[in-house]
Design a protein around this ligand. Structure first.
Ligand SMILES: Nc1nc2c(ncn2[C@@H]2O[C@H](COP(=O)(O)OP(=O)(O)OP(=O)(O)O)[C@@H](O)[C@H]2O)c(=O)[nH]1
Length: 322
């Protein structure tokens, strides 16, 4: 193969490849701008060649592309631009329609110094379209997040599920022990829910659970507080750093909120014929030796005391249970 044929072959390869190739001379002037670049930038090769890159695309001036070009031309260093920091540095578009919408393609950009036997140092900028890969990555991230949500949230009410509760209570008790702080737990159970289901039907029972949980959730102002569906018609609220008085205050607020919700219940025990809740409160103080099981046991014990005493009330567990 003669040198001329080889050169022609190289030129046609450069024109055919599905990546952008730009070569700059030592003064930053464009000496090569392949077809891919013309197609995606809207700037024809004959217009680009001979121009300084940063005159042609002034928005690149002062940015990471210029820094990488300077590094290549002056210090002979190669650079790969981080895609997280430089999603679309060049004004390149997948199609004229995308250009009309102003939707730039996401790019991978590599800048490499080229040392030619004559003409001094040059630099090659390679660009490729990574929009598809970035899209797939985004989809994967969204699916992972959805899966995580599904794993840790209750399918009916959307609040944290039992699994999330188990992880959180364990973490909070350990944190409280480590830092010498308190952690409180409320166990909340809807009263006479079986007769509610029997009378109004399972579907309305589900609606009731949704309304009760969202009313409870709306009362929790601190991001560290967690409402979880503990099981069936029972909810749990973890209150980190809350002492018995603060926990009782929160229990009173939540109890009152359900009273104000005023969901009719023909077969409720009380005179008001509406949905009510019983709440058991327990606090693990730094001077007690109890563990997670003891805290849950104490809150449960208090809840059943509330049920035994007639429901629709709040009972605090005696500290000696922990
Ligand atoms: N609709 C609906 N009902 C549920 C769900 N999970 C549990 N339940 C019902 O909740 C009811 C709980 O009944 P019990 O444990 O006897 O409690 P209760 O009737 O509320 O009695 P007390 O708690 O003692 O006041 C049962 O009828 C369950 O079928 C659910 O996801 N949806």
């Amino acid at each position: 193969m003669t040198d001329t044929t080889r050169l022609q072959l190289l030129e046609s390869v450069l024109e055919a490849v599905s990546v952008g190739a730009v070569v700059l001379d030592a003064d930053g002037r464009i000496v090569l701008w392949n077809r891919w670049m013309s197609r995606h930038s809207g700037c024809a090769t004959h217009k680009a060649v001979g121009t300084e890159l940063f005159d042609l695309l002034p928005e690149l001036r002062g940015g990471r592309v210029q820094a990488a070009v300077t590094q290549a031309l002056q210090n002979n260093f190669s650079s790969l631009l981080s895609q997280t920091l430089n999603r679309s540095p060049f004004p390149l578009f997948a199609s004229p329609a995308a250009a009309a919408r102003g939707e730039r393609m996401q790019q991978a950009v590599a800048v490499t110094p080229l040392t030619l036997p004559i003409g001094g140092r040059h630099c090659l900028i390679q660009l490729s379209d990574v929009s598809m890969a970035a899209g797939r990555e985004k989809l994967l991230r969204e699916q992972t997040e959805m899966l995580r949500m599904q794993t840790f949230s209750d399918g009916l009410t959307g609040v944290a599920n039992r699994r999330a509760f188990d992880v959180a209570i364990d973490r909070e008790v350990r944190r409280a022990k480590r830092s010498g702080s308190t952690v409180s737990l409320l166990m909340i159970d809807i009263d006479y829910f079986k007769p509610y289901n029997d009378h109004y039907g399972h579907q309305q029972g589900d609606q009731c659970l949704i309304q009760v949980s969202s009313a409870l959730q709306a009362q929790l102002q601190r991001s560290v507080d967690m409402l979880a569906r503990y099981g069936g018609e029972e909810f749990a609220v973890i209150l980190p750093d809350n002492d018995p008085r603060q926990a009782m205050q929160m229990a009173t607020t939540l109890h009152g909120r359900i009273v104000r919700l005023a969901l009719p219940h023909e077969y409720a025990g009380g005179p008001d014929k509406q949905i009510t809740v019983s709440i058991g409160v327990a606090t693990l103080a730094p001077d007690r030796h109890g563990d997670v099981a003891a805290l849950i046991g104490a809150a449960d014990h208090a809840l059943y005391a509330a049920k035994r005493q007639g429901r629709n009330r709040i009972v605090a567990a005696p500290p000696e249970l922990l």
